[in-house]
Design a protein around this ligand. Structure first.
Ligand code: PLP
Length: 402
C-alpha cells in the first residue's frame, strides 16, 4: 500500500497538452496556433541576433563566475528593467520610490508579489479579467487567496471591451482587493482599454482603495514601440499609485526558458523600501533562495549599452510588425474566401493573440479535423501563422463555420 494512494490525477494544462499533441501529429500541413511564443516567417523559434551577440560577449568574459546572485537578483538588471518600464521621466524613479526584484520570469514575479501581499498585508481577495491568462487563478489559489473573482472584461456581443461591466465590478470590490490588470496586449483577447478608459479604471481603483498589480508580459508586442506599450503603467505611476508590476522578458527578449523577470515595486514613501526588501528577501529565501543569472546578465548587458539597446528595439519591432502583417493576411484571406461573419476584430486586436470568436466546439473541430492547434476559447496565436499557412487556416475556418 503506497503512501500516495490518495493522490488523484490532476487535469492536464491545456496549452502544454496541445503542444504535445501537435508535436506527435504527423499530418504534413499541421499548424500550431496554441502556444504564445514568437515564430519567424518560416515557422521557426527566433533567438534574437542581439541576444546571440550578448551571449558571445558574456561567454568570453572571464571575470564572470558562477557565484550565487543576491536574493533579490542582479541590480544592473533590475534597475534597467524598471527604467525601461517607467521611463526616464518617471517621478517615482527620480524620487527613489522604485525598486526591482529579479524573479523567475513573469510567473515568478506574480508569485512573489502575490505571496508578499498575502503574508504582509493579509490580502486574500484577487480580481482578474474574464477571460484572462489561465495561470492567474491557479497561482493566486496556490498562494492562499480564498476569494478568486473575475471582473467583466470582454463583450462577446461587441467583440470588444465591456468597460461598463469592468467598472461596475471594480466598484463592488472590497478595499485592498488585489486587481490584476494586463498592462498591454491583453491575453487572450488582444483588446486593451483606451486612454480614456484607463483613466476611468484608475478613478475607481483610487476611490475604492484597490491594489494595482499590473501583469506586463508583452511590452513592445502591441505597437512595436517599448515606450508606447508602457503607457498604461506610466499613467498609473503619474497619478501616484503604489503598485506592483510583473515584467516578463520571455516574449520581448525571446528568453522563454531563461526565466527572467522583474517585479517593479512603486511605493509612496522611500523610507519603507528597506522594510519591503527585507520581507521579500525572507519570502524568496524560503521559496527558491536566489534567481539564476544567465538571462538577467544578457538583458543587463543589452539595456545598459545604447547601441545594443537600439538593436534590441529593432528586433522587437520586427516581431510586432510580423504579427500585425499576419493579422492583415488572415483577415484578408477570410474575407476573400467569404467566411461567414465580420472579421474586422482580427485587425483591431493587438499583440500576440486573436480572440477569433470561434466557440469551443468549433475550436476543437479545427484541431481534430484540420490539425490546426488552438485553444478551446477560440484564441489563436498570430505568431504561428505564416504567409504559407494562412490560406489553409482561413479555409479551415470557412469549413468549420459552414
Ligand atoms: N502573464 C501573461 C498575461 C502571459 O500571457 C504570460 C505568458 O504567457 C505570463 C504572464 C508569464 O509568462 P512567463 O512566466 O513565461 O514570463
Amino acid at each position: 500500500m503506497s503512501k500516495f494512494n490518495s493522490v488523484s490525477l490532476g487535469p492536464p494544462i491545456e496549452v502544454f497538452e496541445l503542444n504535445r499533441a501537435y508535436n506527435e501529429d504527423t499530418f504534413k500541413n499541421k499548424v500550431n496556433l496554441g502556444v504564445g511564443a514568437y515564430r519567424t516567417e518560416n515557422g521557426e523559434p527566433w533567438v534574437l541576433p542581439v541576444v546571440r551577440q550578448a551571449e558571445k560577449a558574456l561567454a568570453n568574459d572571464e571575470s564572470l563566475n558562477k557565484e550565487y546572485l543576491p536574493v533579490l537578483g542582479l541590480e544592473a538588471f533590475t534597475k534597467a528593467a524598471s527604467l525601461l518600464l517607467l521611463g526616464a521621466n518617471s517621478s517615482a524613479i527620480k524620487e527613489n520610490r522604485v525598486f526591482g526584484i529579479q524573479s523567475l520570469s513573469g510567473t515568478g514575479c506574480l508569485k512573489i508579489g502575490a505571496e508578499f501581499l498575502h503574508s504582509q498585508l493579509g490580502c486574500s481577495v484577487v480580481y482578474y479579467p474574464k477571460p484572462t491568462w489561465e495561470n492567474h487563478k491557479l497561482l493566486f489559489r496556490n498562494t492562499g487567496y480564498t476569494e478568486l473573482r473575475e471582473y467583466r472584461y470582454w463583450s462577446d456581443k461587441n467583440r470588444g471591451l465591456d468597460i461598463k461591466g469592468f467598472l461596475e465590478d471594480l466598484n463592488q470590490a472590497p478595499e485592498n482587493a488585489v486587481i490584476i490588470l494586463h498592462a498591454v496586449a491583453h491575453n487572450p483577447t488582444g483588446c486593451d482599454p483606451t486612454e480614456e478608459e484607463w483613466a476611468q479604471i484608475a478613478d475607481v481603483m483610487e476611490a475604492r482603495k484597490l491594489f494595482c498589480f499590473f501583469d506586463c508580459a508583452y511590452q513592445g508586442f502591441s505597437s512595436g514601440d517599448i515606450d508606447k506599450d508602457a503607457k498604461a503603467v506610466r499613467y498609473f505611476e503619474s497619478r501616484g499609485f503604489e503598485m506592483f508590476i510583473a515584467q516578463s522578458f520571455a516574449k520581448n527578449f525571446g528568453l522563454y526558458n531563461e526565466r527572467v523577470g522583474n517585479l517593479t515595486v512603486v511605493v509612496k514613501d522611500n523610507a519603507l523600501i528597506p522594510h519591503l526588501k527585507s520581507q521579500f528577501t525572507l519570502n524568496i529565501r524560503g521559496m527558491y533562495s536566489n534567481p539564476p543569472s544567465h538571462g538577467a546578465r544578457i538583458i543587463a548587458y543589452i539595456l545598459n549599452n545604447v547601441d545594443l539597446c537600439e538593436q534590441w528595439k529593432n528586433n522587437v519591432k520586427t516581431m510586432a510588425d510580423r504579427l500585425i502583417q499576419m493579422r492583415k493576411e488572415l483577415r484578408g484571406a477570410l474575407e476573400r474566401l467569404r467566411a461567414p461573419g465580420n472579421w474586422e476584430h482580427i485587425t483591431n486586436q493587438i499583440g500576440m493573440f486573436s480572440y477569433t470568436g470561434l466557440d469551443e466546439a468549433q475550436s476543437e473541430y479545427m484541431v481534430k479535423k484540420h490539425h490546426i492547434y488552438m485553444l478551446k476559447s477560440g484564441r489563436m496565436s498570430m505568431a504561428g501563422l505564416t504567409s504559407k499557412n494562412v490560406e489553409y487556416v482561413a479555409s479551415a475556418v470557412v469549413d468549420t463555420l459552414t
